[in-house]
Design a binder for this molecule. Structure first.
Ligand SMILES: NC(=O)C1=CN([C@@H]2O[C@H](COP(=O)(O)OP(=O)(O)OC[C@H]3O[C@@H](n4cnc5c(N)ncnc54)[C@H](OP(=O)(O)O)[C@@H]3O)[C@@H](O)[C@H]2O)C=CC1
Ligand SMILES: CC(=O)[C@@H](O)[C@H](O)COP(=O)(O)O
Ligand SMILES: [Mn+2]
Length: 381
């Protein structure tokens, strides 16, 4: 029996994690969870899973829920997120919150000795050196949930890291993969949110369309697998059936395949090194596809991916700045305050404006993140 604390329970990954817990009551229980503003969904989760502690974003919502559920502890804000992450009954944190707000609860959970199943890639992009060093020091596992990283992790089982030549992340290309750059000037939010293969939260779906998602994943892979950027490649693969690949020194390439269903990597992170059956999923039928397609990435078409490699190589506080600027710019795009192409313009400007601090401590990371957000907000106003 694993007891789980789940951050971001009301989101896309959160709901799929709850589905896994629901289907395996003998294997998993929920000790605590966090929600943002979706209080109705939080109520449903409390009623079904009866956790001991819940955290929501706003104080007023927490007070209302506390009155409704006097037997559980209801908290709010960043303190609530941290308390939910380190709940005494939990042995595993599933971090499925969106954005760099996931960083500090992850660090607290590592300090408390929890196993970390990390979906929240922004945490690793923002402070990968701090998170991985803390996990190493505390002797806790940092298990990937992101589909590409889970694929690499699965291909690496029984292998030595020293034998890896490179890893190859697959990218669907997102909603506009068949459009030229000049056709992107007036694309709408609705068009952007129409991902060809995956049903995900709004922010990551926009990131997928700009290819910032793949950029974040390159940096995430750098930290999770301890590889230099020269050994991390990206290839376009429009079907999202091969979730990523590992090439070894003898040129043998291992790939992990499956239908696009995030419950597979979520569940693997929760059962590793074992596996459990995944009910209600159709087997992969490759004959139905007939062909799988692969293409070289054009870094002029997908400039955000190039920016992410640059930020990763610049290191220090630069990835945190890129990520924070992107979070703000994507939120502005979703609110109709920026056009699609302005997202990358804003991120590029924030990076140009920033002088990276090398080997930053947590305080410098938090400051750089805040400065990048302020930079984008002043640009918007
Ligand atoms: N969705 C997917 O298939 C995949 C997602 N990921 C990663 O997983 C993470 C979650 O993505 P996804 O599930 O799509 O995101 P969603 O937008 O669907 O969900 C985000 C969750 O975070 C909560 N939340 C948002 N802002 C805050 C805040 N400021 N403080 C506390 N909680 C907050 C939301 O609460 P509420 O809704 O109640 O406001 C919700 O529970 C991201 O880092 C993403 O990159 C990685 C691979 C695949
Ligand atoms: C499901 C998942 O892991 C997403 O991060 C996915 O990778 C998005 O797809 P693309 O970024 O390849 O469009
Ligand atoms: Mn992914």
């Amino acid at each position: 029996m694993k007891t789980i604390s789940l951050l971001g329970a009301t989101g896309s990954i959160g709901v799929q994690t709850l589905d896994i817990i629901r289907k395996h009551p003998d294997s998993f229980a929920l000790s605590s969870f966090s929600a943002g503003k979706n209080v109705d969904k939080a109520r449903q989760i409390i009623n079904e899973f009866r956790p001991a502690l819940v955290s929501v974003l706003e104080k007023e919502d927490a007070e209302r829920l506390q009155t409704e559920y006097p037997a559980i502890t209801v908290l709010h804000g960043s303190k609530g997120l941290e308390e939910a992450a380190v709940h005494e009954k939990a042995d595993t944190l599933v971090n499925a919150v969106i954005g760099s707000v996931g960083l500090q609860p992850t660090l607290k959970a590592i300090e408390a000795g929890k196993t970390i199943a990390i979906a929240n890639k922004e945490t690793l992009v923002t402070a990968g050196h701090i998170v991985t060093a803390a996990a190493k020091k505390a002797g806790v596992e940092l298990l990937p949930v992101d589909s590409e990283h889970s694929a690499i992790f699965q291909c690496m089982q029984g292998e030595h890291g020293k034998n890896v030549n490179r890893i190859i992340l697959t990218a669907s290309g997102g909603s506009f993969r068949d459009k030229k750059r000049e056709e992107l000037a007036d694309v709408t939010v609705e068009q952007t949110l129409n991902h060809p293969n995956w049903s995900m939260g709004a922010k990551i779906t926009v990131d997928s369309a700009t290819m910032m998602n793949k950029g974040l994943e390159v940096i995430e892979a750098h930290w999770l697998f301890n590889l230099p950027y020269d050994q991390i490649d990206v290839i376009l693969h429009r079907e999202s059936i091969i979730h990523s690949m590992v090439e070894f020194h003898d040129r043998s390439v291992m790939a992990q395949l499956g239908s696009p269903d995030m419950r597979v990597p979520i569940q693997y992170a929760l059962t590793w090194p074992d596996r459990l059956p995944l009910q209600d999923t159709a087997p992969l039928n490759l004959a139905e596809f007939g062909q799988l397609h692969f293409e070289k990435v054009d870094f002029n078409r997908f400039r955000m991916l190039r920016l992410a490699y640059e930020a990763g190589r610049a290191a220090g506080t630069m990835p945190a700045v890129m990520n924070a600027a992107n979070e703000e710019a994507v939120a502005a795009f979703l609110n109709g305050k920026l056009t699609f192409l302005q997202i990358e313009e804003v991120v590029e400007r924030a990076m140009e404006h920033h002088h990276s601090i090398l080997s930053p401590e947590l305080g410098a990371i938090i400051e750089s993140d805040a400065e990048a957000r302020a930079f984008v907000r002043s640009f918007l106003s």
